[in-house]
Write a protein that binds this ligand. Structure first.
Ligand SMILES: Nc1nc2c(c(=O)[nH]1)N[C@H]1C(S)=C(S)[C@@H](COP(=O)(O)OP(=O)(O)OC[C@H]3O[C@@H](n4cnc5c(N)ncnc54)[C@H](O)[C@@H]3O)O[C@H]1N2
Ligand code: MOO
Length: 396
């Protein structure tokens, strides 16, 4: 059995980018840039007003009580007025409008009074210029977003401002999910059917995949029948980059998750990792596709999805797999048991002053799983740790 770090190394070797595509900006939220976003224009393109008011010459303001002659108006989008302002002239101007030639600043309308075609300054204007220089936000040719950046809502604004309609982004990994188990039925169907349980794991795995940049293209719930599973494996491999199988990972007589890929040339990268929960997790390749087997126990499935599926999707989608495993240190708010010879990933709940391990650490837990927002990593053989001890944690 290999350790967690070795499993991560083997996974990273498979988790390389799938490819690059052009994505229109209105569908690019959350995508990872494969090329930098370079400005196709300067912003602002010309010197513009930052306020609604009047564009004036400083020389006219210096001359004491001020009464100016209105000679024009400028709106956002107006052509710049090229004839220079004469002595005593001003131009009505609005936020974003091009400054007229010869004007030095904008006085806001709140300190003025209009009398027909005359504008009187009734208060001393603030020393602010209220003018934005051409290129003061960014200049033509400037790199606004580097490659590998994830397009956050804020970054999308910068990309659009760069005047590009589509970005070059890494392809999102397509996922096929297969839940195996004779006992599984759709949620809502179990209460009246003795011997069945609601299939719960795929809902968590699908949501986690989405959060890590994957696109779930199919979901199947299948009984433990090897020929049927092998057929479904073939279909899933045809339609997705990654096939995730849950359940049937262990050594039971009807545990077929690896066997169902045998006729599809499954080559294992690892099977069994010395971690708790999640020991039966396995990873392999079938042709060009990647197959990840998660244990069926719900807490074990979600822990292994977080520890292996998240980095896999990160890597396939253009990020470094390690970015999905950003461990940090936090104090424990309650004691934690000694860890046996498998590295432990306890489920915990974060608070402002530390992390509290949840009471039920069983790999089948579902109720307390709902409370977990951190994983606490403890190395194999670690001793009992009292409250206040520092632990490594990962967002869950
Ligand atoms: N003799 C041994 N037995 C077991 C070992 C072992 O090493 N030797 N490993 C144990 C460990 S650790 C785990 S974890 C489990 C995982 O086993 P499987 O992946 O084969 O999971 P199943 O047997 O299919 O199911 C386990 C459990 O989880 C329920 N389940 C399965 N899928 C779902 C789902 N999609 N939604 C909700 N619940 C699900 C299933 O009904 C079982 O109760 O094996 C140990 N055994
Ligand atoms: O890995 Mo299993 O999840 O220990 O029960």
């Amino acid at each position: 059995m290999i350790g967690f770090d070795e499993a991560c190394r083997r996974l990273a070797a498979l988790a390389t980018p799938l490819g690059v595509e052009f994505v229109p900006l209105d569908r690019a939220a959350g995508r990872i840039l494969a090329a930098p976003v370079i400005a196709r224009r300067s912003a602002p393109a010309v010197e513009v007003s930052a306020m609604d008011g009047y564009a004036v010459r400083d020389a006219d303001l210096a001359a004491g009580p001020v009464r100016l002659r209105l000679v024009g108006e400028a709106f956002a989008g107006s052509a710049p007025r090229l004839a220079p302002l004469g002595a005593g002239d001003c131009v009505r101007i609005f936020t974003g409008a091009p400054m007229p030639a010869g004007a030095d600043r904008v006085v806001i309308q709140e300190v003025t009074r209009r009398e027909g075609e005359a504008v009187l300054l009734v208060e001393r204007p603030s020393p602010a210029w209220h003018v934005r220089a051409a290129g003061s936000d960014f200049a033509l040719g400037e790199t606004l977003l580097d490659a590998s950046v994830r397009l956050s809502p804020q970054a999308l604004v910068a990309a659009a401002a760069a005047d590009i309609g589509a970005v070059q982004a890494y392809r999102r990994p397509r996922l096929a999910l297969i839940s195996t188990g004779d006992e599984l039925v759709a949620p809502g169907q179990a209460a009246d059917a003795p011997g069945t349980i609601p299939e719960s794991v795929s809902f968590g795995v699908a949501a986690l995949a989405d959060a890590w940049g994957g696109e779930v293209v199919s979901r199947r719930r299948l009984g433990d029948d090897l020929p049927g599973l092998a057929r479904a494996a073939g279909e899933a491999l045809d339609e997705a980059d990654v096939v995730v199988v849950t359940g049937g990972a262990s050594v039971g007589e009807r545990d077929f998750s690896k066997a169902m890929f045998q006729s599809h040339r499954l080559r294992l990268a690892f099977e069994k990792v010395a971690i708790k929960p999640g020991k039966p997790v396995w990873l392999g390749r079938a042709g060009k596709r990647i197959v990840l087997g998660l244990p069926g126990n719900p807490s074990a499935a979600m822990v292994t999805a977080r520890l292996f599926l998240a980095p896999l999707l990160a890597g396939l989608g253009g990020r470094r797999p390690e970015e999905a495993l950003a461990w940090r240190t936090m104090p424990l708010l309650a004691p934690l048991d000694a860890c046996g010879d498998r590295e432990c990933f306890h489920r915990g709940r974060g608070a402002a002053d530390g992390v509290k391990p949840l009471g039920n650490q069983d790999s089948s837990a579902q109720k307390e799983l709902a409370m977990a927002d951190l994983l606490i990593r403890r190395r194999a053989g670690a001793r009992l740790l009292p409250a206040g001890g520092l632990v490594e944690v990962l967002s869950f």
